[in-house]
Design a protein around this ligand. Structure first.
Ligand SMILES: Cc1cc2nc3c(=O)[nH]c(=O)nc-3n(C[C@H](O)[C@H](O)[C@H](O)COP(=O)(O)O)c2cc1C
Length: 485
C-alpha cells in the first residue's frame, strides 16, 4: 500500500528515508532502517574520505547495498568536496544526496557516473533548478525541519506545490515523526517522507545520549529557528534547534569576540556557536551545543530501536490509508476518479490543475530565456503564482476526497512551440483568460468556504497578471480570448 515508484529508484520497500544527518547518521543507523525496509543516507558532510570508505564498507559487510551518502557542497572546502565525490563514484555509492546551494556541476558529475542524485530544496524555484540540473528525486524541506533549514514555507504548502509541478518523485521533510504524518504527505502528492529528528532518538543514532534525552523531554514549543550556530557554514544559514542558553543570548554575541572552546572530539576543538551537535565521540558542554530538533519533537516520547520506529510508522500509515481516513495520492493515480464526491467540481479543478502546471512550466522556461531582460521579474512572479495555485488546487482536490491529476496540460507544448517571447506571453495571457472564465463559472457553485476563498484569490491574481503582461506587450501581440488546456 505504501510502495511508490521512488522506492524502486532508491531500492527500498517503504517510502521512508533516514535524512543524511551530519555526524548522526552513520552505518549503524543506516543499517538498522534499511533492515526494516526503509532507505538511509550516511551523513558525511565535511567528513574525510577515509570515513566515507569505512562507513560504506561497514554497510556492505552487513549486506546493505542500497544506501545513500549525503554531502553539502556549500559547507565543504572545494578540495575535500572533490575528493568526497570522487570517492562516492569510485565506491559505486548508488545514491548521493545534496543540500544547500545547488552545484549543477556536482549533480552532472554524479549523473555521468550513473549515481542517482537526490536534492533537498526549500522552495519551488529551487526545486525546478535542481530538476533542471539533473536531480532524479527532490526532497521538499519545510520550515518545520530540524537541522539546517533552507526555506521558509510550511511543509504542507511547499510539498503540495513542488509535487504538483515537479517531473520527478518528491519526498517531504520537516516535522514528520509518525505514520499519520507519512499518510498526510502521501496524500499531498509526496511519494515518501524523510525523517531526521525521530530517528536521532534511537539507540543506533551516533548522537550523544544527552542530545537523545533532550529530544524525548522536549515539548511542542521547545524549538527555535536561529542563525547563532554559524561556525563552519555559509553565513546567515538558519538551523532549527532546541532552545538553550545560546539561543537565549546567555553565552554572549555569536558574531564578535574570540572563539571559545566548549568541547572536543578526538583532539578536535568544538567551538561555541559552531554547527557541531553532541556526538557519542565528543566531550564538553553539551547544553551549549546545537541541539538540532524539528518541530515534531514534542511527539517523540522515547528512545527506541530505529527499525522498530520505522515499523511503527509503516503500520500506522497503512492503517490510516487502509481505513480511508486519509486519501492516498500517487498510488491511486490509475484509479478512476469515481471516489470524487462532486461530479462537476473535481474534474474542473483537475482541469485547472493541469493548466496551471503547464502555465508554471511555461513561465519558468520563459523566465530563463528572458534572464537578461527587464521582463524577468514579471515572468518569474507569474511562475511563482502558477506554482502556488497548483498547490492550492491540489489541496482543494484532496479536501473533496479527489485524486489530483498528474498530467501536464497540452498548453505547455503549444506555448513552448512559440519561439518569439512576446507572442508566447500573449499566448500565456490567453491561457490565463481561460482560467479566469473557468473560475468565474465555477465559483458560484462552490459551497466550501475555504476553497471558495482560495479560488477567489486565484481569480484576482490571474486578472492582475493578465493586466501586467498585457501592459508589456506590443499591441499586435495583445491576446484575443481563446482556450487553454
Ligand atoms: C541533527 C541533524 C543533522 C542534519 N544534517 C544534515 C546534513 O548533514 N545534510 C542534510 O542534507 N540535511 C541535514 N539535516 C536536515 C535533514 O536533511 C532534514 O531536512 C530534517 O532532519 C527533516 O526534519 P526533521 O528533523 O523534523 O525530521 C539535519 C537534520 C538534523 C536534525
Amino acid at each position: 500500500m505504501l510502495h511508490r515508484p521512488v522506492c524502486d529508484l532508491l531500492g527500498c520497500t517503504y517510502p521512508i528515508v533516514l535524512a543524511g544527518m551530519g555526524g548522526v547518521a552513520r552505518s549503524e543507523l543506516v543499517g538498522a532502517v534499511t533492515e526494516a525496509g526503509a532507505f538511509g543516507f550516511l551523513g558525511m558532510v565535511r567528513e574525510p574520505v577515509a570515513m566515507i570508505c569505512a562507513e560504506v564498507q561497514r554497510l556492505r559487510e552487513r549486506q546493505v547495498h542500497r544506501f545513500g551518502v549525503n554531502v553539502i557542497p556549500a559547507a565543504t572546502e572545494p578540495a575535500l568536496l572533490d575528493a568526497q565525490i570522487a570517492t562516492c563514484i569510485e565506491l559505486g555509492v548508488p545514491v548521493v544526496g545534496l543540500f544547500w546551494d545547488l552545484s549543477a556541476a556536482v549533480v552532472q558529475r554524479l549523473r555521468n557516473a550513473g549515481t542517482v542524485v537526490v536534492c533537498q530544496v526549500g522552495s519551488v524555484i529551487e526545486a525546478r533548478a535542481a530538476e533542471d540540473a539533473g536531480a532524479q528525486v527532490l526532497i521538499a524541506q519545510g520550515v518545520e525541519a530540524g537541522g539546517h533549514v533552507r526555506g521558509d514555507r510550511p511543509l504542507h504548502d511547499l510539498v503540495a506545490e513542488v509535487a504538483a509541478t515537479a517531473g520527478v518523485p518528491v519526498l517531504a521533510a520537516g516535522g514528520i515523526v509518525d505514520g499519520a504524518d507519512l499518510a498526510t504527505v502521501l496524500s499531498l502528492g509526496a511519494q515518501g517522507a524523510v525523517l531526521g529528528t525521530a530517528l536521532i532518538a534511537t539507540q543506533e543514532a551516533f548522537a550523544h545520549d544527552y542530545h537523545k534525552r533532550r529530544l524525548v523531554e522536549a515539548g511542542v514549543d521547545d524549538t527555535i529557528l536561529t542563525d547563532v550556530f554559524h561556525i563552519n557554514w555559509p553565513s546567515g544559514a538558519k538551523v532549527r534547534v532546541l532552545k538553550n542558553s545560546v539561543t537565549r543570548g546567555e553565552r554572549g554575541d555569536a558574531y564578535s569576540g574570540p572563539r571559545t572552546v566548549i568541547g572536543e572530539e578526538e583532539g578536535r576543538p568544538i567551538h561555541l556557536f559552531s554547527t557541531d551537535s553532541p556526538l557519542r565521540s565528543m566531550t564538553g558542554d553539551f547544553e551549549a551545543m546545537a541541539l538540532y530538533a524539528g518541530s515534531g519533537v514534542g511527539r517523540v516520547h522515547a528512545i527506541s530501536g530505529a527499525a522498530q520506529r520505522v515499523r511503527e510508522i509503516i503500520a500506522e500509515a497503512e492503517a490510516l490509508l487502509g481505513s480511508g481516513a486519509v486519501a492516498p495520492a500517487g498510488a491511486m493515480d490509475d484509479l478512476h476518479e469515481s471516489a470524487a464526491n462532486d461530479d462537476v467540481l473535481l474534474p474542473a479543478l483537475n482541469e485547472l490543475l493541469e493548466a496551471e502546471r503547464a502555465g508554471a512550466r511555461v513561465a519558468l522556461r520563459t523566465a530563463k530565456e528572458v534572464a537578461e531582460s527587464d521582463l524577468k521579474p514579471l515572468v518569474s512572479a507569474i511562475h511563482r503564482d502558477e506554482a502556488r495555485w497548483c498547490g492550492v488546487l491540489t489541496k482543494a482536490i484532496h479536501q473533496l476526497q479527489g485524486i489530483p491529476s498528474k498530467r501536464m496540460g497540452a498548453f505547455y507544448d503549444k506555448a513552448m512551440a512559440i519561439t518569439d517571447i512576446s507572442a508566447r506571453l500573449a499566448f500565456l495571457n490567453r491561457g490565463q483568460s481561460w482560467v479566469v472564465r473557468k473560475l468565474e463559472a465555477l465559483l458560484p457553485g462552490i459551497r466550501d468556504e475555504s476553497i471558495h476563498a482560495d479560488l477567489t484569490a486565484m481569480l484576482s491574481s490571474h486578472i492582475q497578471n493578465i493586466n501586467l503582461v498585457a501592459a508589456r506587450l506590443p499591441t499586435a501581440a495583445k491576446p484575443s480570448v481563446e482556450g487553454r488546456t
